[in-house]
Design a binder for this molecule. Sequence first.
Ligand code: IDC
Length: 484
Amino acid sequence: MKLPARPSRRTLLMAGAVGALTVAASAAVPPADAQAATGCAVTYTTSSWTGGFTANITIKNLGDAVDGWTLGFAFPDAGQRVGQGWSATWSQTGAAVTARSVSWNGALATGASTSIGFNGTWTAANPAPTAFTLNGTACTGATTPTTPPPTTPPPTTPPPTTPPPTTPPPGGQTPVAINGQLRVCGVNLCNQYGRPIQLRGMSTHGIQWFARCYNDASLDALADDWRADLLRIAMYVQEDGYETDPAGFTNRVNALVDEAEQRGMYALIDFHTLTPGDPTYNLDRAKTFFAAVSARNAAKKNVIYEIANEPNGVSWATIKSYAEQVIPVIRANDPDAVVVIGTRGWSSLGVSDGSNADEVINNPVNAANVMYTFHFYAASHRDNYRAEVERAAARLPLFVTEFGTVDYTGDGGVDVASSNAWIDLLDRLKISYANWTYSDKAEGSAALRPGTCAGSTYTGPGVLTESGALIRDRIRTPDNFPTA
Ligand code: IDC
């Protein structure tokens, strides 16, 4: 796993040696005999608000490979408590906090890092811990806690133990580096300079089924070879998804947000409701999930929230009511993030239910900085849908968070003409999009050939399907993001 290129907000670097027997033996000179070489570096960064905070911790193993680890530290203030954590099993007794590795991050090779974190609460003050232990032995390196005010920009040079950041794609800076925090302006998605932009990228398949497709090599390929701006993280709620393991899926989504961030891509967090189609069925789950991910990712610039994938069988009034209950939960933690709202008839702006975008135009969600979802499958949805999108785009901020080159089942042949007509329209209107799917499922919409995710190669002539080749060609053309 790569370290974040730039630790944000308050950063505290702990670089110390974990001597197996003595700390002194481990400073600059490695042990002479067979004693295991041990050592670690820990960064602890927080973003705080009144009474609460998010802590992100990176552990780097500077010693011999370990298989399973325990991180320990003590809160300096009596009122500090760990709440929901991720990527570790967290516990707290008095001031003492313990984080134990989980199945997928216990093995840490020499030089390897892993990132964990938690949402916490505080009462009187929220100082950073000043000492950490790894597998029971203190990391005793000199530390100088720095507590700049929250508005201080992050350090421009990484801490000494941090490896160089991911190489940006050819042509210079990453989409997130150029565009920064996004916001809705008029009917457009705008960048930090207030200028309209279009993000082009890929959706994962259901992360409960295709986790193997989202690894360092595949995400490097998406950022560098595809030059994608956006990764949509499709977290199904039903179908063996979130409802079966809320904490686990929350962690997986957060880990993918970090992977996107490290590569300069935006991350669209998709609460992938589909069946049942009434989002109200998942309202409590949505509130719990979005409270967690918005608190944890509040300080990041690359996160966009998609609160309901495809409402179906329900009225716009019901969807609007759902949105007006979920959006405040996000806003409480992450006031400036863009939120995308599903629309009636499988996010067809109502068209697939015989309605149209007027129901939204005339009765928009009572919230600022929001966009509305439109989905299409090119072999099923053609001219009448394109006409409605063009008409609606003059009145509503639209985001195509999902589309396929094939029919609505996600399978069948690629409709090249309709796909290109759609993408031409989205380009002309600067409507952002994510294609279904960056996966190797044996179905027409998948971009990768079956078996690709069992290997380690995600570039070159052998890996793309017909759909993948068409979409990659469209996504990898230069972005021309405005920079002033
Ligand atoms: C489809 C997948 C398919 C999977 C199915 C499960 O392509 O492999 O078995 O979901 O529900 C959507 C949905 C999206 C669908 C996709 C294709 O958002 O979940 O994925 N689709 O049917 N809306 C329209 C089409």
